[in-house]
Design a protein around this ligand. Structure first.
Ligand code: NDP
Ligand code: 8X3
Length: 250
């Protein structure tokens, strides 16, 4: 029987690439995001893979729950949940940070992940199967200057992954984290509020990961046999040694 993958934040970057790669591996898809036209384009790109599109803000718990409850029967039994939606907003020392940015990051990266997980879990626990793959970050494992709230949000993703794994053991549900380093997506444009020039500089002088590199790893994890959990992956560009240590060609 065809398996169903539910990918949040599939309208861009890592989520989109992951959805495409999972379709290539034979999964049918539930894809989510706020930008409907991007998700329509994704569905067309993976045709004839069956795709169900959900547009909601992961920060909105009621909308998230309603979207999952409203899934048509043929997409309702989720095998793999990829909690990917989120991002960074701002890069300032804590004393200059914007509390609105902090709210957006904590609400999307932490509460949003919980909202989606809470909505999907009843089906997984009832069927005693499933795999939850959370997209964390090297930022959740190492502090870097000005990373403050974004780093904290990804540290929360990391700890939630570990604790959820324990709680869900009796249900045979696997929980894992992929923590990428620098991946060139819309991430930095979002972080710098549309400043494309500043965003591009983040990736100057070295070869960052592509979204497809992360997607490859997610597909590898999602296609292991049921007794295997690739639980924790730190995925870096070859030029990156630590969160704030990137070797750039002069
Ligand atoms: P992008 O900005 O390219 O993609 C972010 C995705 O998340 C979009 O599809 C966006 O969809 C969705 N999203 C963001 N906020 C919300 C929200 N409130 N509700 C619903 N969907 C939302 O960035 P990436 O692909 O790089 O980021 C994906 C994940 O990877 C994030 O969790 C990020 O923290 C993490 N990550 C990124 C790294 C990088 O260097 N790029 C490295 C490590 C981790 P839409 O706007 O349509 O709602
Ligand atoms: C994204 C990677 O190093 O910009 O999570 O925080 S970093």
């Amino acid at each position: 029987m065809v398996k169903t993958a539910f990918v949040t934040g599939a309208s861009s970057g890592i989520g989109r690439a992951t959805a495409v790669a999972l379709a290539g591996a034979g999964f049918q898809l539930v894809v989510t995001g706020r930008r409907r036209e991007r998700l329509d384009e994704l569905a067309a790109a993976v045709a004839p893979t069956p795709v169900h599109i959900l547009t909601f803000d992961v920060r909105d718990r009621d909308a998230t729950t309603a979207a999952v409850i409203g899934l048509p029967l043929e997409f309702a039994a989720i095998d793999v949940l990829v909690n990917n939606a989120g991002g960074a907003h701002g890069l300032n020392p804590i004393q200059d940070g914007d509390p609105h940015d902090w709210d957006v990051m904590l609400d999307a990266n932490v509460r949003g992940l919980l909202n989606v997980t809470h909505a999907v879990l009843p089906g997984l626990t009832a069927r005693k199967t499933g795999f939850i793959i959370n997209i964390g970050s090297i930022a959740g494992r190492e502090a870097y200057a000005n990373g403050n709230v974004y780093c904290a949000s990804k540290a929360a993703v990391s700890m939630l992954t570990k604790t959820m794994r324990l709680d869900l053991l009796p249900f045979g549900i696997r929980v894992a984290e992929v923590a990428p380093g620098a991946v060139e997506t819309e991430f930095s444009e979002v972080r710098f509020k549309g400043d494309a020039e500043r965003a591009a500089k983040v990736y100057d002088g070295f070869e960052p990961l592509r979204a497809e590199d992360v997607a490859d790893v997610v597909v590898f994890m999602a296609t292991r046999p049921a007794h295997v959990n690739v639980a924790d992956v730190l995925l870096l560009p070859a030029a990156q040694g630590a969160a704030a240590t990137i070797f750039r060609q002069p």
